[in-house]
Design a protein around this ligand. Sequence first.
Ligand code: CP
Length: 306
Amino acid sequence: MAHLFTLSELSVTEIIRLLEDAEQFRKGHFWRPPEPMFIANLFFEPSTRTKCSFEMAERKLGLHVIPFDADMSSVQKGETLYDTVRTLEAIGVNALVIRHSQDAYFEELRHTVRTPIINAGDGCGHHPTQSLLDLLTIRQEFGTFAGLTAAIIGDIRHSRVARSNAEVLTRLGAKVLFSSPEEWKDEANPYGTYVDIDTAVAEADVIMLLRIQHERHAEKMGLTKEQYHERYGLTIKRAKKMKANSIILHPAPVNRDVEIESSLVESERSRIFKQMENGVYVRMAVLKRAIEEGRMANGNYFEKWQ
Ligand code: CP
């Protein structure tokens, strides 16, 4: 399948292949599609990292980026996501990158759209390319996943990053710990064991902090930012209890001094900006896969017309 909706749909072999391709791109490997290719990035939710790093990856691969601004599109006249996607497909776009606030928005497109779709985040559902860049960062650090302990800390229930990472890290042989305020626990996620934050910080090789997803909360948070930081954040005091070689990840954007003390964001232990850099390489690998598998699945549209 050329689509990439969730990492759960990829085998371990396919995931490792994407990480290896990303590593090759990091080392300067050159790859271009065999004919002109057109990509559209459909972002119906705000984004800085994912949108800009997809665009960077697309330009590095020599792909033509078709501008799409949801606020200036016919979505504002009531056009559905399905009709928007079918329109871009009819125009001749070769792959689509989509972020949408609706969980599993892609289900209605799965069997009806032949153009490869890359999920750039669906509501509280999944964020496969974020997960891949997290995996690449962990692999660069430790060379493996088996035997590692990853602590995912914060707003677990509303986090697509937590959902994607817990499943794939477990499948790759890591142990996953969760730590969260009671109201943001996700009892439906079977891939982690809940512990208090001090235990999570002390036991983890990888400390993965999550942004508080205010935009997905039905009610206002019952704690002040200071109270949250003290009870559930990575404080300086807690960071001193980290294992000798453990690292800090955060998908960002970061609420400095809330989920993590500001000076720790750029500390020796932090790989937060390394994650962003890796995002470009991972997205190059994912785009390459979409183009190669899309050409195979669709009977090589271009060759038919030569
Ligand atoms: N990590 C992440 O998805 O960031 P953006 O929302 O800025 O894309």
